[in-house]
Design a protein. Sequence first.
Length: 320
Amino acid sequence: MRVIEYRTFRNGDPPHIADTWARATLGPWTMFPLTSALLEDRVFSRTYFDPQGLFVATEDGKIVGFAHAARGPDSSGSGLSLTEGTTLLVIVEPHQDREGIADELLRRCERFLIDRGVSVLFGGGDASRRCFYFGLYGGADLPGILDSLPDMKNLFLRAGYSESKRISILSRSIIGYRPKVDRLQIAIKRKTQLKSFDMPAFRTWWEAASLSGIGLRRYELFNASAELLGACTIWDMQPFSSSRSTAVAGLLSVDIMGTRRREGLAYYLVAWAMHDLAAQGVAQIETQAPCSNAAAMHLFEKLGFIELERGTVFRKEIAS
């Protein structure tokens, strides 16, 4: 009888982790093919990567599964959270004991986090816990655990997690895109100025640590008094774009100043950003939004986005 053994990450593991990723057949929302170089860029080179939080399952010395636990940022973005942590992914290739291997990998991830003082456990990453695998899994951002991966969702449910957040993955073509023209949009255009900046300065330690090396562009909308009204951040979805053989951009955030919301500014800002991207040859734009955020879902519906997939972030609190 073959025995499954468990251990933490070693420096020689990346190509074998990439092979396990490929054999697990994770679907269209995961990077394929995944290489050691991509793993190094999006996972192992991050300054907060802790090899003790990445667990592998081996059979006769071959990696058949892995799972990765990490702490996300604190509320200020100036350091790692002391109370919250997440198991980002639990991936096991087809195996007669696939479920049992996944259960044990998750158990070890939980113990890693609890031993470091974490009291709230999450399953899956999202925009607030964009720790690792950004651009390798989930499209424009981390969407929790994808609906198209039911075995992984069931793993967290078996372990006592409950649904914390549902996330919608949205997309639209912008080939030849032109913003609509109406009185409101004309009025906004007359009274504002839209500026764009490539590789904008990071605002927090966490942004710098988690997004360094990513091709970012920020669009900012100002009024005649040079007051910032709102901004949106876009990223060049490499290497995802290359795997799809088309230019894809990811919309990471849309922020309108609190006193200026519900004035049509978000629509105007994103519409003209899409127009600018289309003029530069981008064919597709993707974004994500919490399903519970009615305003965001309505905005993207008006902008012509369609939902392609959903994901779930799971949560479990540890009794003190």
